[in-house]
Design a protein around this ligand. Sequence first.
Ligand code: SAH
Length: 240
Amino acid sequence: MPLMSFTLLTIFPEMFPGPLGHSLAGRALAEGIWGLDVLNIRDFATDKHHTVDDRPFGGGAGMVMRADVLDAALTAARAGKEGERLLYMSPRGRPLTQKAVKSLVNYKNLTILCGRFEGVDERLLEAHGAEEVSIGDYVLSGGELAALVLIDACIRLLPGVIGEPLALEEESFGDAGEYAGLLEYPLYTRPAEWNGRKVPEVLLSGNHEEIRRWRLEEARRITQERREDLWERYKAVKKT
Ligand code: SAH
């Protein structure tokens, strides 16, 4: 049994698994650590042209995905899945943060609706209790890439997907240890000198305490310089 199974609803099923069929995610998929099921929404249309969209009531540009067609697809997708949760990828949704990803990983079954056109009929979202999730404050042409981003962020947290689980703790947006709330410190590997640029001396010193202090200082500097929002939150948490 996979640790996490995703059921995707899309009009472009051939976009999956796409990039997630490669590298660590691809291997984990082949090993059955996570599972993927893709339904073509068009298969649930009832007319001979397999129409899934129509013009918006009230006028305006673009097309809207129909509630009746999506309902047929979702009803088939969600049947018999215990503790399943339905997500609709949408720029209006709750922002996908590392914290949100960590809470999604507690679900065994996620059904993900990928919108196209201007979006989907509101009644469908209400009737199915869909939770809207956004991957950022910009507009994509469809929910498929957003779903791939969400799935990738989830599955790399599953045991057995990434070689060294410890590596996750010290990453950007981690919430444990002294780097909690900070962006990552700079990374270096061989050669020790490249095009006249040297690796910071302290990293070659073998002095773990000094290395730890240097990394923490760098993580703090980078966070303060680049992300005022994260820096303010970090300082507030440190004080309490
Ligand atoms: N008219 C909509 C945008 C539609 S974009 C609006 O103004 O809010 C078409 C589809 O792309 C959406 O239905 C959604 O599924 C997906 N999408 C676009 N931007 C996204 C984002 N930032 N996060 C998640 N999904 C997004």
